[in-house]
Design a protein around this ligand. Structure first.
Ligand SMILES: [Zn+2]
Length: 453
């Protein structure tokens, strides 16, 4: 299996890399982030999500606790009533952050929990005890579900359990077994899912809208259209063949470095807050477009902060919101509504601050690797260099609808919602040309700022 840092980033998958990294920061803030990657087969969605396990910091739990009790906040039936002294007497251990998968053939007992047969059949001391299922065992980590649309179609009972686990933050899980009292537990799990909406049974929002709405962000995956990006992937596989050990080791080292960086960023930006003018803008969106889903606007606020933290900035910017609006709304509103929102021109925030934080300017000249993607710096670094990279990485999320929204924030009126297409400045932008990712030149990005005005 390739290491996370070794996976090639390109215009079609870059947003997913960013979103899973945001998910990890969120996890370190103790707030689950539910992510759904939609796209065709072969776009690498499951590969990226699974490999992200390598860059997740481990957890400290009460020794041998299958429910992953945090020694400072024990929640499981065995530990929640114990005093701090009793907990510390049990000892603690560091274990990898859970990353557990739910398959289509899974049974409810496996997902929620069941009677611990080993304990009940112990002839010297038989006792009725619970064996936690996948969801309670994934506490403080990730549940991964491939082809979630199929699961929602074929297993409504498991879907109900997921709705509970994802309904609030933290969520909850109920374990029901005949002969045992009902146990209800809080669970803090992030659900990461993937699906191909073009295959049976179709898009998740059409199968089970309620479950679709539980996902904070939906990332649409694409294949790269850049021959240079494809050439990089080919170079990389040759390098793997020729110098396997070094390349492999480099990937592992880079992943470890990224894990530390995410940990540092999460700590450093834990107390980030949304400026009033941006929060008010989000609130107006909710009212004006009758968004219905309160989760949607909570997701916009929370993930804009995560996007800002990932870029190492002290202050959330307009561009953080621009980046996440389509990700948070695409699966929740009609396309027409989303287009209207992106084109709207009447609810302007009162100030415009779309410049990178000055304190980070000095870090902009970070050396970029020259040839292939395994050396490619993670988003954590390259995002810092300039906020305009947001527009570049916006990829499939409606680049063409950013322009009017940008005007909205900057105070320009844009009544000509349809007049944009003939002279689309984004299409004319040099950013739109196929570019080898590691070669992206900072100066060029800075220069292109004018194109967005
Ligand atoms: Zn416990």
């Amino acid at each position: 299996m390739k290491s996370y840092a070794e996976l090639a980033r390109h215009d079609g998958n870059e947003t997913l890399f960013e979103v899973v990294e945001m998910g990890i920061i969120s996890m370190l803030w103790n707030i689950p982030l539910h992510i759904h990657a939609e796209g065709l087969r072969g776009t690498g969605k499951t590969t990226i999500m699974r490999a992200a396990h390598q860059i997740m910091p481990p957890i400290v739990r009460i020794k041998n606790c299958l429910y992953n009790c945090d020694p400072e906040a024990p929640h499981c039936p065995n530990h929640r009533h114990l005093s701090a002294e009793e907990i510390s007497a049990l000892g603690a251990e560091t274990v990898p952050r859970p990353f557990l998968e739910i398959s289509h053939s899974a049974k409810i007992g496996t997902i929620a929990g069941s009677i611990d047969l080993q304990k009940i059949t112990n002839s010297s001391n038989p006792e009725a005890a619970l064996l936690p299922g996948i969801i309670p065992q994934a506490h403080r980590g990730i549940i991964f579900i491939d082809e979630i649309n199929r699961l929602a179609d074929t297993s409504p009972e498991i879907t109900d359990i997921l709705l509970d686990a994802m309904g609030t933050k933290p969520g909850r899980v109920q374990i029901e077994e005949t002969g045992l009292p009902l146990v209800e537990l809080p669970v803090q799990v992030s659900v990461w899912a993937a699906s191909n909406p073009d295959e049976e049974p179709g898009p998740l929002q059409e199968i089970r809208r309620q479950l679709s709405d539980r996902f904070d962000l939906v990332v649409e995956m694409g294949r790269t259209t850049s021959p240079d990006a494809i050439a990089d992937i080919l170079i990389q596989s040759e390098l793997r063949r020729l110098g396997k050990k070094e390349v492999l080791q480099k990937g592992i080292d880079n992943s470890a470095r990224l894990r530390k960086e995410l940990e540092t960023l999460a700590k450093k930006f834990e107390s980030l807050t949304m400026p009033d003018f941006l929060r008010n803008y989000i609130a107006r969106l909710y009212v004006k477009y009758n968004l219905e889903s309160f989760r949607a606007i909570e997701a916009i606020q929370h993930t804009a902060l995560l996007h800002c933290a990932l870029r190492g900035r002290q202050q959330p910017l307009v561009s953080d919101i621009l980046k996440v609006i389509p990700l948070a709304l695409r699966h929740r509103v009609e396309t027409e509504t989303l287009t209207k929102i992106m084109n709207s021109s009447d609810s302007k925030p009162s100030t415009n601050d779309n410049t990178p934080s000055p304190s980070l300017g000095s870090q902009q000249k970070k050396k970029k690797p020259e040839t292939f993607s395994s050396e490619y710096e993670p988003a954590v670094n390259d995002g810092i260099m300039n906020d305009n990279s947001d527009y570049d990485s916006a990829g499939k999320e409606g680049k063409s609808i950013f322009q009017p929204l940008k005007q909205l924030f900057s105070g320009k009126q844009s009544k000509a919602e349809t007049g944009e297409s003939d002279n689309d400045p984004i299409k004319a932008s040099p950013l739109n040309k196929a570019k080898r990712l590691p070669d992206l030149n900072l100066d060029e990005l800075v220069k292109s700022e004018g194109d967005f005005k």
